[in-house]
Design a protein around this ligand. Structure first.
Ligand code: SF4
Ligand code: SF4
Length: 123
């Protein structure tokens, strides 16, 4: 079973909702700045929320500032957004697998942890 057999994004936007977002590392910040064609200082001012050393995207009306019927910065989005929902922590931890599977309607219905591991080449 391949990744495409266990997961098909429904573009529901659930993973872009909430009052916080994933955090951005240095490469994410540079990619976002290049994608938007803006100096980082301006990107930070307009789009980012900095709390101590944590840099996240601002949220508007309960969703990421870049969400509008889907992600509007696809090529510039943070690596954690690219990875979602196939998170490596799900391989070893079945309870983590269940939490993420149940939060994302793109997963095949009734997908088991074993099927997931097989699809990810770790069976
Ligand atoms: S929650 Fe899952 S199905 Fe919905 S947009 Fe996010 S990745 Fe796609
Ligand atoms: S950057 Fe795109 S994929 Fe990531 S949370 Fe924002 S809208 Fe969603």
């Amino acid at each position: 079973m391949s990744e495409s057999k266990i997961f098909d994004c429904r573009r529901c936007g659930y993973c872009c909702q909430g009052e916080t977002t994933v955090s951005l590392d240095q490469a994410d910040r540079e990619r976002l700045s290049a994608h938007l064609g803006l100096p980082f200082a301006e990107v930070k001012e307009r789009y980012l929320r900095v709390t101590g050393k944590t840099v996240q995207m601002k949220t508007v009306d309960g969703h990421c500032i870049f969400y509008e019927n889907g992600c509007t910065i696809h090529e510039g989005k943070p690596w954690r957004c690219r990875q979602w929902p196939l998170h490596p922590s799900m391989l070893a931890d079945s309870s983590n697998f269940e939490v993420i599977r149940d939060s994302c309607p793109g997963f095949k219905a009734d997908l088991t942890h074993e099927e997931f591991r097989l699809a990810m080449g770790k069976g």
